[in-house]
Design a protein around this ligand. Structure first.
Ligand SMILES: [Zn+2]
Length: 414
């Protein structure tokens, strides 16, 4: 991957806004800080984020919803949601916060800026770790998601790219994005997630294939505690087929970090290796790719994962020992990039994975035409997953004091 063709979307205001999301308070700063600490921004293009306009938000959300978001300007800590708030999803898991319009326009704007980098050809891979809010609906906040920046970014991408493959690696089903494209054959949604009785959002069974554009949604439901081996097996079983049947022009990946082991809202058991194996395989297609964040409620682990993926995209090896910086104490007791696998038993059997795979392949064949698998994706390439000896020593020239100079940041001219 050409390092200069990777863009990382950033702006102080964006980080500030994302830090204020109640479910992930302060996470954005921690993620950005780790990426800066590892000097990764020297290796990639930093592109300044711009807030989304009202018109941009309307690419997906209804005017009445946006207007309601606008009404939250000054919200007290003891604010009691009204009936109308609840109609729009504000209450239980989407607590209203002050200046919410500012938050949603900045987050959506960052994903739009990321999409712009692909549209203008200034990047092959574009990264917004502040985005990936896949549960938000047209007129409703849901599951910690106040704006569906993904759908808005996809709508922008569709101006140039006619076929968009959306891949969702979050532990929760990507329901908001799937529903948005229920009747659209230009966007194929593929979600891998935990699917258990009572687990949010409760959708995403293998039989869930879209009601109108049938076959253009694909779901790989997994039982609790899925580990790297299961996840990569499921992914490898179907990704080449999905790719060659659908033939995307651009790929959008939601890299929600809550399938990492010990996430407080997760219940899966992935490590960084599991995620990176899949992301690496996606990047090998060399299609323009948008990488987004999402869930991830163990902030230290989310920061480790997204830093590792950024490094992976830029083909940089990282020192496994996390360099000292402001958030360093939060990476204890190990202070390394490692996320330990789950000790609980993986409830998925090989037979189960093969059974789901068979159903998915049958659907692809049935709804997306003739079987036409070609060798689009290189099947085997030996990957190095960082034995200690293989990790480079980091050149830590006091990154904590490092700030982004204006001259380092690329800005779009209108
Ligand atoms: Zn999630």
């Amino acid at each position: 991957m050409d390092k200069s063709k990777i863009s990382y979307i950033w702006d102080n205001k964006l980080i500030e806004c994302c830090d204020r999301l109640p479910a992930v308070l302060g996470r954005a700063s921690m993620v950005h800080s780790l990426i800066v600490t590892y000097n990764l921004l020297d290796q990639i293009k930093v592109v300044r984020s711009k807030p989304a306009s009202y018109q941009d938000l309307k690419l997906f959300h209804t005017e009445t919803y946006i207007e309601h978001v606008k009404s939250f300007t000054d919200v007290d800590e003891d604010y009691m949601p009204t009936k109308k708030d609840e109609e729009y999803g504000f209450g239980y898991d989407c607590t209203p916060v002050s200046d919410m319009y500012d938050i949603i326009s900045n987050i959506a704007g960052a994903s739009i800026t990321a999409a712009e980098c692909l549209l203008r050809g200034i990047a092959d891979v574009s990264i917004n770790w502040c985005g990936g809010w896949h549960h938000a609906h047209k007129s409703k906040a849901e599951g910690f998601c106040y704006v569906n920046d993904i759908v808005i970014a996809i709508e922008k991408l569709r101006k140039k790219f006619s076929k968009v493959l959306y891949i969702d690696l979050d532990v929760h089903h990507g329901n908001g994005v799937q529903d948005a494209y229920d009747s659209n054959e230009s966007v194929f949604t593929l979600s891998f997630h935990k699917y258990e009785p009572g687990f949010y959002p409760g959708t995403g069974a293998v039989t869930d294939i879209s009601s109108k554009a049938q076959g253009y949604s694909c779901n790989f439901p997994l039982h609790a505690s899925y580990c790297d081996k299961t996840f990569v097996h499921a992914f490898n079983n179907i990704i080449a087929e999905v790719y060659s049947y659908f033939k995307p022009d651009v790929i959008v990946v939601q890299c929600g970090a809550d399938a990492l082991s010990l996430d407080p809202h997760g219940g899966a058991g992935l490590t960084i290796k599991g995620y990176c194996t899949c992301v690496y395989k996606i990047l090998q297609t060399k299609k323009p790719t948008l990488l987004l964040g999402g869930g991830g409620y163990n902030h230290a682990n989310a920061a480790k994962l997204w830093t590792a993926i950024t490094a992976h995209a830029a083909d940089v090896t990282l020192d496994e020992n996390i360099p000292e910086h402001t958030y360093w104490p939060e990476y204890g007791p190990g202070y390394t990039l490692k996320v330990e696998p789950l000790l609980a038993k993986d409830l998925n059997t090989t037979q189960y994975i093969e059974h789901i795979t068979a159903i998915i392949k049958e659907n692809l064949n049935k709804y997306l035409g003739e079987y036409r698998l070609s060798a689009v994706l290189p099947r085997k390439r030996k990957l190095d997953w960082g034995n200690n000896s293989k990790w480079n020593d980091s050149k830590n020239d006091d990154p904590e004091n490092k700030t982004l100079e204006t001259s380092d940041v690329y800005e779009f001219n209108e």
